[in-house]
Design a protein around this ligand. Sequence first.
Ligand SMILES: [Fe+2]
Ligand SMILES: [Fe+2]
Length: 218
Amino acid sequence: MQALKPEEFLNQLIATREGFWEKMNAERKSYGADKPLSAAVVLRRLQFGVVMERKAAEVTAPWVSKIPDLDLQQPMSEYVVNELKHTSILRKRITELNGDPDALWNGPLKELKELWDFHSSLGSLCELIASVQFGHEEFFPRTSKSFIERVMPIDPTTASIYRDTLLADEAGHEWIAPEILRRYATDAESQQKCLEALKKGCELFGRAIQSFNQSMPR
Ligand SMILES: [Fe+2]
Ligand SMILES: [Fe+2]
């Protein structure tokens, strides 16, 4: 098996990811992920965010020390800091809304736990990046866009947290994952492993989202 050129490899990952997105997006609509929001649903969504942000930081942190080039190591360490900062912001907002900030952190849904257990089991930096940052984290701005529109009329403070902080930081770190994959996943075997990791990560993410939506207070 021959290694793909970096751009061909990235295009392969993108095509796979977008295939999952199409499927997932159709499913989201079918279980009502785009319905109007209640205060209880907003709270639950924030609690889900706490898990996603904190786990992204936790599974990535051990790999920061393994990044060979400083021009990627430094922004990746800032990524970890940002995700933990987002965790704190979300926890604070939940407290203001009189909710339990760690409700899902302490009692995660089975599918959500499976997703993050998979990420922490990955054996290389590139597989982790393919699966988390280049994989389902790319969906975050898309699902947030619809969330912001719907939360705006009932809770503008939460809408602003998503729009002005979480999404703004997200846009700032989107370039790092493709650059890591371009630079370090250069042989056929690691490219193949990255593709498998992305597929599995997207699949588990889709299941976690489904289970989350189905567990939503009505
Ligand atoms: Fe974040
Ligand atoms: Fe992020």
